[in-house]
Ligand binder design. Sequence first.
Ligand SMILES: [Zn+2]
Length: 385
Amino acid sequence: MHETKPETRAIASIHIAEKQQAYWAAAQIRDFAKYAECMPPGRPGIKLADGAPEEVAATLHTSIRIATQRILEAEYIVRRLPATLDALEKGTIDLARVRATCQITKGLSDEDALAVENSVLAHGPHATYQEYRRALRRQAMKADPESAERKRKQKEELRDVVTRKGEDGSAKLVATMLAGEVEATYNVLNHLAHQSKTPDDTRTLAQRRADVLLDLLVGNDMERVQAHINVTVPLTTLIGLNNKPGELSEYGPITAEQCRELAKNGVLRRIITDDFGNVLEASPRRYASDGFADRIRMRDRTCRQPGCRVPARKCTVQRTSKKKAGRRRRFRERDYFLLCKRHRLMYERTKGWMLTQPESGRMVFMTPTGQVRQIVAERYEEPAA
Ligand SMILES: [Zn+2]
């Protein structure tokens, strides 16, 4: 009798784990749909009940945007793609293929969606995800050529330029346009990048493309981009005593050197903290709000609802306790916090959420199903252990 080789056992185990993940993903999709069914929207014009995505976001420690997506996606799969969900449960296909089916069948009639699903599933998982996706697109175009054309037109409506946060001091600017427009824009950028090369230029073509874009849009006129840049920097870093990192608003930590470079630039707003991350001084440039509200904004940085990333400049300062402050009573930071418009309305429209702020910046939320989440304002400095 020969023993099974360890690599054979590992492969078998990998395969089993993959199938089990698919099984549990299917079970979770059914549960999401069930939850949505129990929480019907309470007013016209909305897809989910007020507070439902917030409950999911608090449970899964995820953003409200992702929570909303997952509930709506699950509802869609249960309602329109039953065979695909069964295939996921059996482990024939994975979650990525299920999501591709959702995307590609959107906009088709129920009948066409069913036909596309069945004809692609009939050939199993296909060799790769990309092959599966192409098969779906092919079948969808065959089932409803007009819908394919409508989708192309809709994509045109979705043109946009967005930013994506990066790390290590960089970020991305992503433009969505029609394929032909992207190519034309890129070609011009490439052409200008080639032209901008001087004999002693050590920059790569990629670096010159980025520089050309910045020059075209921003030039030397940094005044134009100052509006939303806040730099928070420990005083000790600013005066060069140490190299503690600072923060760029809505971006996150940046190196001490980058802080000093940015803070030198007079157009930026400087927020100076002590070594424990408490705000010492917020220069009055840019925001007209009073110093107290400003401190709450600097402390909270985003809407305090668990999972919400709406930045402070789009939030308003709310009171934690409903008790009226006496005329002479000092404003206490722990009585105030930030909420975005959506969540202000959520608290007006729904019952069952409770929140307290036992100390400044530490909020405790209880969801309607009784889960407790603590949200602590991200500090500008890790507290010493
Ligand atoms: Zn919010």
